[in-house]
Design a protein around this ligand. Structure first.
Ligand code: GTP
Length: 211
């Protein structure tokens, strides 16, 4: 089926980590002006906010997202990993957002920060997911599973101790197991935008979830 950016989608991936069947549900959001963000916020165990380093506007939108998520989590007294991701580093010559700006924003919200290219380096994308999943797993279950597969030489294993001392550092690998089930998509999530797509899409970030 052809990709349609106007559709909201949930993707599920199974991974065998440390003998556990880890199930990761990913919601790729499709926000509109009238979107009810709270359904994402309630559903997710972790959040990825992606902007394009070649488009400052997307960075400013990411900033709003960071603040909204932070406020929500504080209000709920929840602690979820949040990762800020600057995408399209293969287009360095068109860069509009400095790496330091991304890093500073992430630090401001005590979040993970990566710059990646989704188009050219799948391993980087995977690394972001693994890092977030590992932290989310720790937050939820209180322990870390050991990696089953061997990380490449750029990958290190995250630990809560590391996180305390190196809050903004990168890298990871891990695994999870399902012990709680949650709906595969936020309750009430519309599958599609309205037919004509006349509602302006203001935000286009996705939230990553696992159970
Ligand atoms: N050069 C480059 N292009 C990318 C990269 N990631 C995504 N793109 C392109 O950017 C465009 C938008 O990518 P999407 O994956 O659709 O991004 P999105 O933020 O989900 O946007 P919507 O599709 O509108 O929801 C597409 O043409 C992609 O091919 C990247 O890392 N580098």
């Amino acid at each position: 089926m052809e990709y349609d950016p106007d559709l909201e989608g949930t993707y599920t991936k199974h991974e065998d980590w440390d003998g556990h069947d880890v199930i990761v549900h990913v919601m790729d959001t499709c926000d509109k002006e009238d979107s009810d963000h709270s359904r994402y916020l309630k559903w997710a165990d972790a959040f990825l906010i992606v902007y394009s380093i070649t488009n400052r506007q997307t960075f400013e939108v990411a900033r709003v997202y960071m603040e909204n998520i932070s406020n929500y989590l504080k209000g709920q007294e929840r602690d979820c990993p949040v990762a800020l991701v600057g995408n399209k580093i293969d287009l360095e010559r068109y860069r509009q957002v400095n790496k330091s700006e991304g890093s500073e924003l992430a630090t401001e919200y005590d979040s993970i920060f990566y710059e990646i290219t989704a188009a050219e380096e799948y391993e980087l994308v995977e690394k972001v997911f693994h890092r977030v999943i590992q932290e989310a797993h720790h937050d939820k279950y209180g322990h870390i599973l050991q990696p089953l597969f061997i990380a490449d030489d750029r990958t290190t294993t995250w630990s809560p101790q590391q996180a305390m001392s190196q809050q903004s550092s990168q890298q990871q690998t891990q695994h999870l197991h399902p012990s709680q089930r949650r709906p595969k998509s936020p309750k009430g999530a519309p599958e599609k935008k309205d037919e004509k797509g006349q509602q302006k899409k203001t935000l286009n970030k996705f939230f990553k979830i696992f159970n």
